[in-house]
Structures are given as structure tokens and as C-alpha cells.
Design a protein around this ligand. Structure first.
Ligand code: NAD
Length: 266
């Protein structure tokens, strides 16, 4: 691994680091010389990603975390500060689609229950992981970032945080919450040079979208809606996170970085 120059001296926490966009972001941050603390509820996969980064010459460690657990966030951030001396970057990437876990193959246009069939339990779970998890993570790094003289929080929303669709309304609501939460946090902590931005991926090939993209009918509709004519890769999104994490975006806060192959331009 050739160390890149874009995150030299930075310490980054990446939630959702065990899979998909989070794993690729952790790899890219480490490739650009950040010390990375990956966290995820999937410990086996998270350990594997951290091990791969270290084996390739990067600096990384894994710690299990449920992003809905307030105390676990406090402990995780303290561990990052203890291990690496400070916290400069938090990428809140962990998330769930709200799809029925029994639904291995997506058969219709919607990846979750329609509103009339939506249970309160499903709504609460999606909001807890996707929205409350982002709040808890962001809150936990404020004081460490103040101590470090500033920082960058990168919150993964979605195109579903900008436009509606047939998909799970709870997913849309949770991603819309991330979008506007990020702007409020950006304004509150701009005086401390803590930047907070949201990233809005379109349809990206990851384990989360596999059931849908494996269905030719669903995949064709999604590709048709994507002007650039292909699904995104985790690297397409990780590169946006890298920009927002780095000092190259020093004058960027409260903004929305849409990376969607042109979908929402339509
Ligand atoms: N893939 C897409 O097309 C797409 C599009 C827009 C937004 N997103 C968002 O990108 C993010 C990453 O998704 P992905 O596509 O890489 O999916 P993924 O399923 O590959 O990764 C999500 C990760 O989050 C972890 N996670 C789930 N619940 C958790 C919890 N309570 N605590 C800690 N970790 C938890 C999972 O274990 C998994 O490792 C999500 O927030 C998702 O909503 C994805």
C-alpha cells in the first residue's frame, strides 16, 4: 500500500465499517494515511476488514458497536482518543434498509412494507439505527473534536433523503432526518471548526441492495432511472467521503453531496 497524502495525521472513526460503503471508506481513509477505528454490529466482518487494512500496511482497529447504544458510543470515542490521541473525523455510515429480513429476493418495486402495512416496530427500528444512531455518534465526537481544534463529520443519508419513492417510508424519513440534522449540527458547531455534511448515494451495489439488484425487473428499473447507466460502487461513495473528511473541504459545511449517477437531476 502506498500511503496517500490526503488524511495524513488524521484519526477517523467509521461506523458500518464491516461492509459495503463503510468498509470501502475505512480502506480508503487508511490508504490516505488516517488511523481508522472501524465499528459495526457485525464483529466478525469488521475484524476481517480491519485485519486486511493492517495487513496492507494501514493503521486500523475494530471495535464492536451498536450505533443505537448511547453508552457504547461514549466508550468507543474514548477508546479512539486513548489509542490514537484524538478524533478528527467521524463517518456515520451504518444503516439498515428496513426490508423484511425474510424477504431474500425483492419481488416488487418496494424494498419494504407499504405504509398501510408498516409496523410501528419496523418504523422505530429504522429510525433508531439510521437517524438516532447518527445523532448519538455526532454528539459523542463533539467534545473530542473541540479538544482537537476542529473536525469533520460525514453523515451518510441517501437520495431517499431528498426524493420520495415506493420504498419504505421509514427509510425515507430516517434519511431525510440525517440530511437536516447535519445542517443544524453544522451551524451549531461551525464556530468550533467542526464541519458536518451529508452524502446522498444513489443505487450502489452492496450487500444491502443485493436482493433488489439480483432481481432483473428491479435492477432494470433502477438502471433506467440512473442517467449514467450503471450502479454505483462503494468506491464512488467512499471518494466523496474522503473529500469531506479531508482539509480539501475546509470551507464546506452543512452541504449535501449527491453521488447518484445523475438520478435526482431527472
Ligand atoms: N447501497 C445503496 O444503494 C445505498 C444508497 C443510499 C444510501 N445507502 C446508505 O449507505 C450506508 C451503508 O450501506 P451499504 O449499502 O454499504 O450496506 P451494508 O449492509 O453493506 O452495510 C451496512 C453496515 O451497517 C451495519 N449496521 C447495521 N445496523 C447497525 C447497528 N445498529 N450498529 C452498527 N452497525 C450496524 C451492518 O452490520 C453493515 O455492516 C447505509 O446507511 C445505507 O442506508 C446505501
Amino acid at each position: 500500500m502506498q500511503p496517500g497524502p490526503r488524511l495524513v495525521g488524521k484519526v477517523a472513526i467509521v461506523s458500518g465499517g464491516a461492509s459495503g460503503i463503510g468498509a470501502e471508506t475505512a480502506r480508503l481513509f487508511a490508504l490516505h494515511s488516517a488511523a481508522v477505528m472501524l465499528c459495526d454490529s457485525n464483529a466478525a466482518a469488521g475484524e476481517r476488514v480491519a485485519g486486511e487494512i493492517v495487513a496492507a500496511g494501514g493503521k486500523a482497529m475494530f471495535r464492536p458497536l451498536d450505533v443505537c447504544d448511547e453508552d457504547a458510543w461514549t466508550a468507543l470515542v474514548a477508546a479512539a482518543e486513548k489509542s490514537y490521541g484524538k478524533v478528527d473525523v467521524l463517518a456515520n455510515i451504518a444503516g439498515i434498509s428496513g426490508r423484511d429480513p425474510m424477504m431474500n429476493i425483492q419481488t416488487g418495486q418496494t424494498a419494504g412494507p407499504r405504509l398501510a402495512e408498516q409496523s410501528l416496530a419496523n418504523w422505530n427500528q429504522v429510525m433508531a439505527v439510521n437517524a438516532t444512531g447518527v445523532f448519538l455518534g455526532t454528539r459523542a465526537v463533539i467534545q473530542p473534536m473541540q479538544r482537537a481544534g476542529g473536525g469533520s463529520v460525514v453523515n451518510i443519508s441517501s437520495i431517499c433523503g431528498i426524493v420520495g419513492s415506493h420504498s419504505n417510508a421509514a427509510y425515507h424519513a430516517s434519511k431525510g432526518a440525517v440530511r437536516i440534522f447535519s445542517k443544524a449540527a453544522a451551524i451549531q458547531y461551525a464556530p468550533d471548526r467542526i464541519r458536518v455534511n451529508s452524502v446522498h448515494p444513489g443505487f450502489v451495489d452492496t450487500p444491502m441492495t443485493k436482493p433488489g439488484h439480483a432481481n432483473p425487473e428491479v435492477a432494470a428499473k433502477r438502471l433506467e432511472a440512473t442517467p449514467l447507466g450503471r450502479f454505483g460502487t462503494p468506491a464512488d461513495i467512499a471518494l466523496g467521503c474522503l473529500y469531506l473528511a479531508s482539509d480539501e473541504s475546509a470551507w464546506v459545511t452543512g452541504t449535501e453531496l449527491v453521488i447518484d449517477g445523475g438520478m435526482t437531476a431527472n
